[in-house]
Design a protein around this ligand. Structure first.
Ligand code: NAD
Ligand code: 89Y
Length: 355
């Protein structure tokens, strides 16, 4: 028989939350989920989301929502300063939690949030969705299949001049910008593909004079496996073709290499071993993300990953599995962000990430 629908409530009905709501609506039939209530302190945003998604139960206060609705889980789509109070509130009500990235403004907050959920025995997932992008999942599958052997070197590159400040004006205002907002995703993907990081060094720049934080970051990572990778991101990279929001990937391995190029083109090259021949086998595939009915280019790659991570959350809630990007897991990604800022502040000294 069909499982009982899981009842979710969404807190924070701003710019990005509409993607969460579209994805929850798409998962309604396939994954038995229903968003039963919404919360935002801003009455206009609350009313807009309630009417667009036909969700009549609305609250200005998250505590009141939790008391009266008693959902199975909350999906927190607010910005980082509010995360700790909201996650701890959900834990105090014994409610499972999804929390948007960046999980917390400080490592101490993040640890406290993980501890609060562990003590309450509630699942906690950080909405760290980039590793759920269809093209990056394809890269991961190639590595897991072993066809190119053991990775020794990687480059993950996100370079753009897309005007992210229009929809997200707060990105121009913070002392920290690209590492905390976007680099956090690319560092998480580096962990996912290449394993944990033992040392890193970073250099940052601010090119756009109208923002406060850094908009260019270049990070050199040493992985526990002995592999090296370079994570580079920029929102000050005007190019003939705007690639937002594509992450380009190059990986060299013991038995071949792969490249995820612009336009979601994946090239996998296997070296021919033992034959004395220089040539090998090369396969080129289109690994474009699907364009869901509610999605729009160029955001569709990110929007599809929202659907994928939310489907993963529902599978985990039903089976009791820990989500891939649990709060505990995300402490490692946050440690890379902190280490990168520390290294950049100290003129690229090498830093060991501290979880
Ligand atoms: P936003 O400012 O547009 O929306 C946040 C909303 O939360 C606002 O409407 C605000 O009123 C509400 N809010 C804040 N504190 C609240 C509280 N205590 N109770 C109730 N409502 C509260 O922000 P956004 O651009 O939608 O970003 C939200 C988060 O999503 C950010 O952390 C951002 O980094 C993240 N984000 C993630 C991705 C991704 O791909 N994972 C993409 C874009 C944004
Ligand atoms: O906030 C950011 C994110 O998480 O993905 C892209 C973005 O919207 C702008 O950098």
């Amino acid at each position: 028989s069909a499982p009982r629908p899981l009842r979710g409530a969404l807190i924070g009905c701003g710019f990005f939350a509409h993607n969460h709501l579209h994805a929850w609506a798409q998962l309604r039939e396939t994954h038995a989920v229903e968003i039963v209530a919404l919360c935002d302190r801003d009455a206009d945003r609350l009313a807009t989301a309630a009417s667009a998604f036909d969700i009549p139960a609305t609250f200005a206060d998250a505590a009141e929502l939790l008391r009266s609705v008693r959902p199975d889980f909350v999906d927190i789509a607010t910005t980082a300063p509010s995360h700790r109070a909201l996650v701890e509130l959900a834990a105090a009500h014994g409610v499972a939690v999804i929390c948007q990235k960046p999980f917390a403004p400080t490592p101490a907050d993040a640890r406290a949030m993980v501890a609060a959920c562990a003590q309450a025995g509630v699942p906690l997932m950080v909405h760290e969705n980039f590793r759920w992008q269809t093209p990056l999942r394809a890269v991961r599958e190639v590595l897991a299949s072993g066809v190119i052997g053991t990775p020794v070197w990687a480059r993950l590159s996100f370079r753009s001049a897309f005007d992210v400040y229009r929809a997200q004006p707060y990105l121009a205002e913070g002392e920290r910008f690209i590492l905390e907002d976007l680099g956090i995703h690319i560092l998480d993907v580096a962990r996912d593909l290449m394993g944990e990081v033992t040392r890193l060094s970073a250099s940052t720049q601010r090119v756009n004079p109208r923002i406060r934080g850094e908009d260019v970051a270049t990070v050199l990572l040493r992985h526990a496996s002995g592999a090296t990778s370079v994570v580079d991101c920029s929102y000050a990279a005007p190019r003939e073709a705007e690639l937002f929001p594509q992450t380009l990937v190059e990986i060299e391995a013991s038995g071949g290499s792969l490249r995820l190029d612009a336009g979601y083109r994946l090239t996998v090259h296997q070296r021919r071993l033992g034959t004395g021949l220089a040539d090998g086998r090369t396969e080129v595939r289109d690994v474009s993300p699907p364009l869901h009915a509610w999605a729009e280019r160029p955001w569709h790659n990110i929007q599809d990953s929202v659907l994928n991570i939310q489907a993963h959350w529902l599978d985990c809630l039903r089976t009791g599995r820990e989500p891939a990007t649990s709060g505990r897991d995300n402490l490692h990604t946050l440690a890379l962000v902190e280490a990168a800022y520390a290294s950049a502040a100290d003129d690229q000294c090498a830093v060991t990430p501290q979880v």
